[in-house]
Structure formats: structure tokens, C-alpha cells
Design a protein around this ligand. Structure first.
Ligand code: BGC
Length: 264
């Protein structure tokens, strides 16, 4: 859809994950949520129709709040897969029936308003570049999210190069995310020291391949960054994400607003 929306600074962002679907009203002037975020468990199995229904419930709840955007304002949605022109092209940690689903069309029809869909880590990276730990940094910034999988955003001079799937870099014969994601740490019962060893291997490889100016680490365990980031030996500075778990919601909303020209 190509309808233009009036300029407004409050936009709804929805972050679809493998275990939870979270939404919030984002103040785009500040890059912050207006009020609390709202979360519902991801239905299992996480098939498209069931997930779309939950996204509809979250938007409906947010629209009852003070500060809600106009009823026809666009909604930004993030999804944990490759998203090309609104279509999911992979499904590493969600139901396989998402592959080749037009997520944009599905949610536009469910919500009855414009929707902009993007990869979850790309959204987090965009938010960090605009409002957070990567603000004003020139050159290459890699934002890596450690969660169920490993997500990545490739930012150059503040602009996103979309769909870098650096969690699927092959390291020692396997996808890196199967060894170094937060869920791999839990699954294998690793101490922080043991987990740091796996992160060292992963980030050293990224550093060798991309020579970035900065690494930003997001995802739920960025709250525990003191337990592993200072122990990493890299030439590149590596710092925790500032927006933490809200980065996806904020970045998704920002992308929707820019796409539909609600903000510059
Ligand atoms: C997916 C990415 C996603 C990341 C974090 C990976 O398994 O391939 O698209 O960004 O998990 O959710």
C-alpha cells in the first residue's frame, strides 16, 4: 500500500519472537516507549494465522491507550527471519510454514491498516543507530542480538544494509547460532566463562571478516553483559545495546514511519 500518513511522532511497533510477541507505542522524537509494553506468548505452533491473530490483539490493546496513534496510522512489525519485500524467506526459529508467506499482506489484512515488516535484528540495529549505542558512529557497526538465535544488523554510516544473516555464518562446521546464541548457553548448561569462550570465537571471526568500528550486543542477555563482554579480547570496541529489549519495537516503528513518510 502506498497511502501517505500525516506527520506524527507516535507509532506502534510490534516485535514477533519465537516465544513472545511484544508491542508498544513508540515516541519517535525520543526513541522511547510511551507507557508499558504489552506482551502475549507466541502461539505454539507459531503458524501465520495464529500469530496474526495475536498481533491483532496487541494492536487493539495499544489503541485503547492514551497517546495511541490515529486509527489508520501505519504499524511497524519485526519478524525473526529474512524479509524481502514483505515476504519471509527463512524460518530458523519459527514454524516452517512461514517460508514464502507474505507477512506484510497477511498483517495488513489482519489489522486493516498499513504495515511495514522487517527482520527483527535489523530493527534493533536501526534503533541503536538512530537513538542508542551506535548514534553518530561512522563506518561499519555490527549489531548482534543474542537470543533464541543470533540476529545481526549491518549498519554503515548510520544506514542499514538489510538481511545480513550473520548468525548463520558457518563456524567449525555448524551455524554459529547453534553454539553462541543465548539459548545455546542455556541448552548446554554453560558457565559464563565457557560461554565467553564461544563468543570469543564468534566475535573474532566477525572482526576478521568485517573490521567494524564497533560491535553492539543486544538481546535479552545484554542485561548481563558485565558477565561476558569485558572478558572478550578484541581490537574492536564491544558494548551493550542501550535500548535492550525494546530496540526491535522502536526500530520497527521507526522503519514504518519512514517508509510511509510519517517522519523524515
Ligand atoms: C534468523 C534471523 C533472526 C535471528 C534473531 C536467526 O535464526 O535467521 O533472521 O534475525 O535468528 O531472531
Amino acid at each position: 500500500m502506498s497511502k501517505k500518513h500525516p506527520s506524527q511522532s507516535h507509532v506502534i511497533g510490534i516485535d514477533i519472537g519465537g516465544t513472545g510477541i511484544k508491542g508498544g507505542i513508540v515516541n519517535l522524537d525520543k526513541g522511547k516507549l510511551v507507557g508499558e509494553r504489552f506482551r502475549i506468548d507466541t502461539p505454539q505452533p507459531s503458524r501465520p494465522e495464529a500469530v496474526a491473530t495475536v498481533v491483532g490483539q496487541i494492536v487493539a490493546e495499544l489503541m485503547t491507550r492514551d497517546g495511541a496513534p490515529d486509527a489508520d496510522a501505519p504499524v511497524g512489525v519485526t519478524f525473526p527471519a529474512i524479509i524481502a519485500h514483505g515476504v519471509a524467506r527463512s524460518a530458523a526459529n519459527v514454524d516452517k510454514s512461514w517460508v514464502n508467506t507474505d507477512v506484510d499482506a497477511l498483517l495488513t489484512s489482519e489489522l486493516g491498516r498499513d504495515v511495514q515488516v522487517m527482520n527483527d535484528a535489523d530493527a534493533a540495529g536501526l534503533a541503536e543507530a538512530r537513538y542508542g549505542a551506535g548514534k553518530g558512529v561512522k563506518g561499519t557497526v555490527l549489531v548482534i542480538t543474542l537470543g533464541t538465535g543470533i540476529g545481526s544488523a549491518f549498519i554503515f554510516n548510520g544506514k542499514l544494509v538489510p538481511n545480513a544473516e550473520l548468525g548463520h555464518l558457518e563456524l567449525d562446521g555448524v551455524d554459529a547460532e547453534t553454539k553462541a546464541s543465548a539459548s545455546a548457553r542455556e541448552r548446554d548448561g554453560l558457565s559464563w566463562e565457557e560461554y565467553t569462550g564461544r563468543l570469543q570465537r564468534y566475535f573474532s571471526h566477525l572482526e576478521f571478516l568485517f573490521s567494524p568500528e564497533l560491535f553492539i550486543v543486544g538481546g535479552g542477555i545484554s542485561k548481563r553483559s558485565e558477565d561476558y563482554l569485558p572478558q572478550l579480547k578484541l581490537q574492536t570496541p564491544i558494548i551493550p545495546a542501550l535500548l535492550q529489549n525494546n530496540a526491535g519495537i522502536v526500530g520497527g516503528a521507526l522503519q514504518a514511519a519512514v517508509h510511509f513518510k510519517a517522519v523524515k
